[in-house]
Design a protein around this ligand. Structure first.
Ligand code: ADP
Ligand code: MG
Length: 246
């Protein structure tokens, strides 16, 4: 394991009015690990990840990237820090091509002209690296949900993201598409990417994760390594009492 975590979130609190969605949550993620984030509905998983991605600002707390404090005041800072969040809802422009989506906001221009062919070529290289089956010039609206997710991952690679957050990515996928996504996640992990994987599906967490952290009612409960994974212990952490009491 590397000596410095790629990401540390410390004592993260987020209020909405008088309601505390997060109360002093800690999360530590290492490079090259799939880190599952578990917890019941409303536990605060998405809020924590939106803070990481700059979509929400923490009420208090600290974020360190590679051991250095990093102020994430908005999506731009998060992108600059190498963080990509793939939301439950796909977040692409459907009427643009795959290449246009991958380059959105970072178009290659020369003399005021967008270099469409160069962008398509570069986008195609990233698509091929993923082993995806569509073309850079396809319209995003014509792709399946699984392929649209691949476009989002391609965009993350194109931006050199090192922390990829996926919020319940298999919710709308078939079994076969899920297998393909898992193969891709494992490959990205082997290339050193850190993947934070939000799920409440125990089987997925068992298959993929190197570590699991659990939130409950906006609080950090604890983490388990792969070797410590244990379904009844995980349930106890998530709901706050043993399975036998349910
Ligand atoms: P999870 O992703 O674990 O299901 P969320 O992070 O979405 O949980 O939500 C945690 C809590 O914060 C929930 O009670 C939710 O209703 C609340 N919450 C999330 N976003 C907002 C918001 N924008 N305004 C008010 N409350 C919110
Ligand atoms: Mg959520």
């Amino acid at each position: 394991m590397a000596a410095t975590p790629i990401l540390e979130m410390r004592e993260i609190t987020r209020r909405f009015g008088s309601f505390y969605a997060l109360k002093g949550v800690d999360l530590t993620v290492w490079p090259g690990e799939v880190h599952a984030l578990m917890g019941e509905n409303g536990a605060g998983k998405s809020t924590l990840m939106k803070i990481l991605a700059g979509a929400y600002i923490a009420s208090s707390g600290e974020i360190l990237i590679d051991g250095q404090p990093y102020a994430i005041k908005g999506p731009k800072e998060a992108l600059a820090a190498g963080i990509t969040l793939i939301y439950q809802e796909i977040n692409l422009a459907p009427n643009l091509t795959v290449a246009e989506n991958i380059f959105l906001g970072s178009e290659i221009t020369r003399g005021g002209l967008v270099k469409r062919r160069q962008m398509a070529e570069e986008a195609q290289q990233v698509i091929d690296r993923l082993g995806a089956q569509f073309s850079a010039t396809d319209l995003v609206s014509r792709l399946s949900i699984a392929e649209q997710q691949q476009v989002e991952i391609a965009r993350a690679l194109h931006r050199n993201s090192r922390i990829l957050v996926m919020d319940e990515p298999t919710a709308a996928l078939s079994n076969r598409e899920t297998e393909q996504l898992f193969a891709l996640i494992k490959r990205l992990r082997s290339e050193g990417m850190a993947i934070i994987y939000i799920s409440h599906r125990m089987a997925e967490v068992y298959e993929l994760s190197d570590r699991v952290s659990v939130l409950r009612d906006g609080q950090y409960v604890g983490s388990l390594t792969r070797d410590q994974l244990n379904a009844s212990e995980l349930v106890r952490m998530m709901v706050g009492r043993p399975l036998s009491d349910l």
